[in-house]
Design a protein around this ligand. Structure first.
Ligand SMILES: NC(=O)CC[C@H](N)C(=O)O
Length: 337
């Protein structure tokens, strides 16, 4: 392309963090057995020459890890780099390549703390680039297409997987072996086909420029942990997490965020000791936890996560607790975001 044509294209930065999209297997038949986080960002970009038709693309390797190993420090590092780039006049959109295991957590975190309406798109793949029918090339192409499109502005952090444009708040890994892995209980926001976006809905929850949180004001995140509800559960894990320093415990509850009678007294005690108790649900296709349903949250001074799954509830709790330690204020935040 000549200089004039290039100047008309959007400038998109790809921040690479690892994952299967940067993975490699021993043979083309290895779609599930491979090593994540092997290929550098330059190779990822070189692997999809058609990106140059969509945007002026450049890459940065922020880290090279499998996303299950993401720490809070990694989240902060990535989010601060995104904020710097979003402030730059030379950047129109940002794509983040990411392992799919915690992609939904990072996407939601960025959705809460990035003060920009420039498109931020998080993308991964379910098969490494070395596999037959690898999905990473198309997912990356779609991510750059969405990130370079002015229509994507102001819609919150987005995720492009399997031709769908999903809200980073809502989307979750629902299947771990299919390319159709990412779902939202409330449906995708749009589709991206042959580099063109087709939009159908907008997020109703507060995000990015309309968020009260700003990554520039956050230098550390409080420890928030998750404990799982199931039949015959004991209070051992909850107590151990609190002893380990958790400032809030997300109850990954059964059904409606219900809590076993064997666990309730320990959670009431922990709350009296200052630990926040946040009830969510571990049901697969969209939990929906309401205040004072199943448990007397007003009396216990507990919080409900409403439709946020436990791992997303952890993200919001950490961000919210950089500003408040009041359970009522936390609950307000859980309704609004
Ligand atoms: N499909 C994937 O990206 C999973 C690979 C790895 N567990 C990760 O999350 O980085």
């Amino acid at each position: 392309k000549d200089t004039e044509q290039r100047q008309k294209l959007a400038n998109v930065v790809i921040l690479a963090t690892g994952g299967t999209i940067a993975g490699a297997g021993a043979s083309a038949a290895n779609s599930a057995t491979y090593q994540a986080a092997k290929l550098g960002v330059d190779k990822l970009i070189a692997g999809v020459p058609e990106l140059a038709d969509l945007a002026n693309v450049r890459g940065e390797q922020v880290m090279q890890i499998a996303s299950e190993s993401f720490s809070n420090d990694d989240l902060l590092k990535l989010a601060k780099r995104v904020a710097e780039l979003a402030e730059s006049k030379d950047v129109d959109g940002i794509v983040i390549t990411h392992g799919t295991d915690t992609l939904e957590e990072t996407a939601y975190f960025l959705n809460l703390v990035e003060k920009t309406d420039k498109p931020i798109v998080v993308v991964g793949s379910m098969r490494p680039g070395t596999a037959m029918s690898a999905d990473g090339m198309l997912n990356l192409y779609n991510a750059v297409a969405v990130a370079s499109d002015k229509q994507s502005r102001g819609k919150g952090v987005l995720v492009t997987m399997n031709d769908e444009i999903q809200s980073g708040r809502d989307v979750s890994k629902a299947v771990n072996i299919k390319t159709e892995a990412f779902k939202s209980a409330w449906g995708p926001m749009g589709m991206v086909v042959e580099g063109k976006s087709y939009w159908f809905r907008l997020p109703a929850k507060r995000h990015t420029t309309n968020s009260e949180f700003d990554i520039k004001q956050i230098s550390s995140l409080p420890q928030v942990d998750i404990a799982y509800g199931y039949g015959n559960v004991t209070d051992t894990a909850y107590k151990a997490l609190a002893q380990g320093g958790a400032k809030a415990i997300i109850h990954a509850g059964t059904g409606n965020g219900s809590v076993s009678s064997r666990v309730v007294p320990a959670l009431q005690e922990l709350r009296k000791d200052g630990v926040q108790i946040i009830r969510s649900s571990h049901v697969n296709q969209g939990g929906f936890v309401l205040r004072n349903a199943e448990q007397p949250d007003d009396k216990n001074d507990w919080v409900v996560a409403h439709d946020l799954n436990p791992q997303k509830a952890r993200i919001l709790a950490m961000v919210a607790m950089t500003k408040t330690q009041d359970a009522k204020e936390l609950q307000r935040i859980f309704w609004e975001y």
